[in-house]
Design a binder for this molecule. Structure first.
Ligand SMILES: O=P(O)(O)OC[C@H]1O[C@H](O)[C@H](O)[C@@H](O)[C@@H]1O
Length: 295
């Protein structure tokens, strides 16, 4: 009960509700599973590699120091979405009994020489804190620049939320927000009252105020509510049929019907960190009633 450390993962079980549990793989400090009242909240591909051979397809992959793939600049040589999800984090232990809370750390010493050399060897410390309550999961990231020079980064929680049927789903509270549509290569203001899915969707909604809740609503019921702290951007992604077929580790291929990625981050530009400076941000996933918010 409480916190159990296995060789490759850490399991948290809520002391007052054993049906609320979270499993975190040390590789990528990836939250593989989060059950609340016995119901799985995240989507994990059946083809996900959990042996460290590649980033985990599903759960909550951690994106640092770059979102996407850049053609130029200090992160241009890094793989898509950086190296945090491709490295084994150190389990730092439990910080709270109730709600059960644990921490994982990553520094240059935890990243392969091959990868870290592609980021000019900047010195950093990442601390991920995972807190499980009976009705919520909170993930917080603390990033510190331990170097003698400033460097810039993106951060993003690449959260794969589980749903029952993508065609019954809408994502709310985005009207009036500015988004960069990665498929159209265009920036526009969201005019539709909700985001719906009948093809691939890949949009970066930018500079959304923290008080805006993002809700994933299915058949009129809010399945997931996201509250952000210091994460101004939200990527909304569903790969749909063709993109799913092109990802070898995306299984089953029909899985796109059971998931939607709601990815809070700071990705519209790079956050600069001065020597010795710290930066912190979090996402809270929980159940709430329907909360439509105007711009
Ligand atoms: O396949 P990955 O590197 O995990 O990226 C998966 C997806 O991540 C984000 O959602 C991006 O917006 C998508 O463009 C990308 O396809």
């Amino acid at each position: 009960m409480g916190v159990e450390e296995l060789e490759d993962q850490v399991i948290l079980t809520h002391p007052e509700d054993p049906t609320s549990q979270v499993k975190i793989l040390k590789f990528g400090a990836n939250v593989l599973s989060w059950t609340s009242a016995g119901k799985e909240q995240l989507w994990l591909s059946e083809g996900a590699k959990l042996d460290g051979s590649k980033a985990v397809r599903g759960g909550i992959p951690l994106v640092f120091p770059v979102f996407g793939k850049k053609d130029s600049g200090p992160t241009a040589n890094l793989p898509q979405h950086g190296f945090a999800r491709n490295s084994t984090w150190e389990f730092l232990g439990q910080t709270k009994e109730n709600p059960p809370t644990v921490q994982f750390g990553l520094g240059p010493e935890n990243v392969s020489e091959e990868l870290i050399s592609k980021w000019a060897g900047n010195d950093f410390t990442l601390i991920l804190t995972v807190e499980l309550t009976k009705e919520s999961l909170k993930t917080t990231i603390d990033i510190e620049n331990n170097d003698d020079h400033s460097w810039e980064f993106n951060w993003l929680f690449h959260t794969y939320l589980r749903i029952n049927d993508i065609e019954d789903v809408l994502v709310s509270n985005l009207p009036g927000e500015i988004c960069y549509d990665q498929l159209l290569g265009q920036t526009y203001e969201e005019k539709l009252p909700v985001v719906q899915f009948n093809e691939e969707v890949d949009r970066i909604y930018q500079n959304i105020k923290d008080d805006k809740l993002i809700q994933v609503v299915e058949l009129g019921k809010p399945q997931h509510t996201l509250k952000r702290e210091n994460l101004p951007d939200v990527v909304v992604w569903n790969p749909w049929i063709k993109k799913s077929e092109g990802m070898g580790d995306f299984q089953p291929k029909s899985g796109y019907q059971k998931m939607v990625c709601i990815e809070p981050g700071h990705v519209h530009d790079f956050q600069v960190l001065e020597p010795g400076e710290k930066w912190t941000a979090s996402q809270l996933l929980y159940k709430d009633e329907l909360k439509y918010q105007a711009v």
